[in-house]
Write a protein that binds this ligand. Structure first.
Ligand SMILES: [Zn+2]
Length: 289
């Protein structure tokens, strides 16, 4: 089964765990480290003849347009990870629309491709910010991958399920591709999709989760990572032991885990695994459930 591999292209000072120690007005003065690990990911994908979906931060696209062009030249899917990594549920609809349009323009200016898939910073499309999907549709997006179907202190819609499905809104349909999570006993759900879970837990846990989704639930898994997660030399900005563990735990073993995942599973882009939904309300690309 083809699974989805996605990369959120952002700097080490963009994740929410770090944001309060590195406010936006300081970003331009911090040393950049996004290019080298992104190129290492591109090299690894090329070696494996794998295409992935790259959710690019508009802020990064503006500063490193050549990097965006290299991603596009590798045949990967160009997607959007907002402009300034602000949490959707902290924004008004007008602010979210402005941030999204600015990101789309930055990505288009860099590589000439209009992104059709969106991923919210820190999976911040939650029950109270579902309004954002309509704005994404109005901005031309056909796919969203912003829902983590688990419970977490900052994000998640527990009970959403990890199967992709078309969500219909008054502005039209959008294909929602949640991050991989597997059902445990009762109502409990365990994350397997990536980030801190992929870094901190043993490889066999992630691999078993993907196999379970593929074979028992007959679903592709959507996996994600960030360039800074394969860069153990990043400055440690986050403070407090929980934030430090979530952000910096397992960095040194992450590239090896990624290589192993790519040798044992087949991956492609979001758009290839889940073609865009039909605009007509009478058809559903993926049955809801
Ligand atoms: Zn992010």
């Amino acid at each position: 089964m083809l699974n989805i591999i996605s990369v959120d292209v952002e700097e080490y000072f963009h994740p929410s765990e770090v944001a309060r120690f590195a406010p936006e007005d300081q970003w331009a003065g911090l040393p950049s480290r996004v290019e080298e690990p992104t190129r290492r990911i591109l090299h690894l994908f090329a070696q494996r003849e794998t295409r992935g979906t790259f959710f690019i931060l508009g802020w990064v696209a503006e500063r490193y347009p050549q990097l965006v062009r290299e991603i596009a030249a590798g045949g990967h899917e160009i997607a959007c990870h907002s402009y300034a990594h602000r949490l959707v549920y902290d924004l008004t609809p007008a602010e979210f629309a402005a941030d999204t349009k600015r990101a789309v323009a930055a990505i288009e200016d860099a590589c000439g491709v209009s992104p059709r898939a969106y991923r919210a910073p820190s999976y911040s499309i939650v029950t109270r910010s579902m309004w954002a999907l309509e704005i994404l549709i109005q901005c031309g997006f056909t796919h969203d991958s912003s829902i983590y179907p688990i419970s977490h202190d900052r994000y998640g819609i527990p009970g959403f399920g990890s199967n992709a499905r078309t969500l219909r809104t008054p502005s039209g349909p959008i294909l929602e591709v949640p991050i991989a999570a597997v059902k445990l006993s009762g109502k409990r759900v365990a994350p397997v999709g990536g980030g801190a879970y992929l870094r901190l837990l043993p490889y066999r846990y992630s691999a078993a989760g993907i196999r379970r989704l593929n074979y028992e639930e007959q679903q592709p898994a959507c996996i994600y990572l960030h360039p800074w997660e394969i860069d153990p030399g990043i400055p440690r900005l986050a403070q407090g032991w929980i934030s430090r563990l979530r952000t910096y735990g397992g960095l040194s073993g992450m590239e090896r885990k990624l290589e192993r995942l790519m040798s044992e599973f087949q991956f492609s882009t979001l758009g290839e695994v889940h073609p865009a939904p039909e605009p007509s309300a009478s058809r559903s690309a993926v049955s809801p459930g």
